[in-house]
Ligand binder design. Structure first.
Ligand code: OAD
Length: 246
């Protein structure tokens, strides 16, 4: 276990029990908003106010929610293994607040905003930054409008080189709370399995890529994951690195 390389990919399902809506479940975000109206570069060009207000509402919500036992379990797993990478599609900060370190936010983050002119990122979560007025940057001589620091559909996810390196050399690949419908994230389990990694899924429903997993645990991540992590970390054979998690 100590020498094993463990990579975890999380999706909206891990934050569901904290009170953040997923995208594709019943009453999910994409049931009430059209992706092309709020989550594409073209939407920002055509109707920035609608896009801004959509993300401002989500930025404000962050102070009202807390990490749940699934976030905390992943922080515990990180401490128990020597080589650990956490990749998340989530833009909330619940992994950080749950105790995880070095998180690769492949779809961006809600706490930061990006200058439209220079591309500089600023941490902007003061009260004034959370209103429906546009935020202006601190980096340009004539302050420019800032956009959400989110990867929209049609844009390239962040940290892809680090992510591919981690997945291409992992021993264990664990997915928590993702429907497997958005690429390239959805392909990572397939890649991990194809290089011989043990692929493990913790998800409420079977996702479309369920066939890419050696081991499937269906149910709520906050209920299932803490037990799985304890089992993995307490397994003597796993501890000594002689068998694979699972
Ligand atoms: P989805 O909303 O597509 O899928 C959430 C998954 O979590 C579903 O398969 C649910 O069954 C599962 N789920 C729900 N509650 C759960 C719980 N308590 N425990 C475990 N699993 C649970 O979310 P993602 O797969 O993360 O991208 O979506 C991927 C990307 O699509 C997002 O990052 C976002 C979205 O459009 C962008 O906005 C760029």
């Amino acid at each position: 276990m100590r020498s094993m390389k463990v990579v975890v990919l999380t999706g909206a399902g891990i934050s569901a029990e904290s009170g953040i809506k997923t995208f594709r479940d019943k009453d999910g975000l994409w049931e009430n908003h059209r992706i092309d109206e709020v989550a594409t570069p073209n939407a920002w060009k055509l109707n920035p106010k609608l896009v801004w207000e959509f993300y401002q509402e989500r930025r404000r919500q962050m102070s009202e929610v807390n990490p749940n036992p699934a976030h905390v379990a992943l922080a515990k797993l990180e401490l128990g293994v020597e080589n650990f990478t956490l990749i998340t599609q989530n833009v909330d900060d619940l992994h950080e607040r749950g105790g995880s370190n070095s998180i690769l936010h492949m779809h961006g983050r809600l706490q930061t905003l990006r200058c439209e002119d220079s591309g500089e990122i600023e941490h902007r979560m003061d009260d004034a930054d959370l209103s429906d007025e546009y935020a202006l940057c601190n980096c340009c001589v004539k302050p420019s409008r800032m956009r959400p620091d989110i990867v929209w559909f049609g844009e390239i996810p962040m940290y892809m080189s680090e992510i591919n390196d981690a997945v291409n050399s992992c021993d264990v690949f664990i997915v928590v709370g993702s429907s497997g419908q958005v690429y390239p994230a959805a392909d990572l389990a397939y890649h991990a399995k194809s290089i011989g990694a043990n692929t493990i899924l913790v998800n409420y429903d079977p996702p479309v890529n369920v066939g890419d997993f050696n081991e499937v645990h269906l149910g709520k991540a906050g209920e299932i994951l803490p037990h799985l992590v304890d089992k993995w970390l307490n397994d003597e054979e796993v501890k000594s690195g002689t068998i694979r998690i699972g």
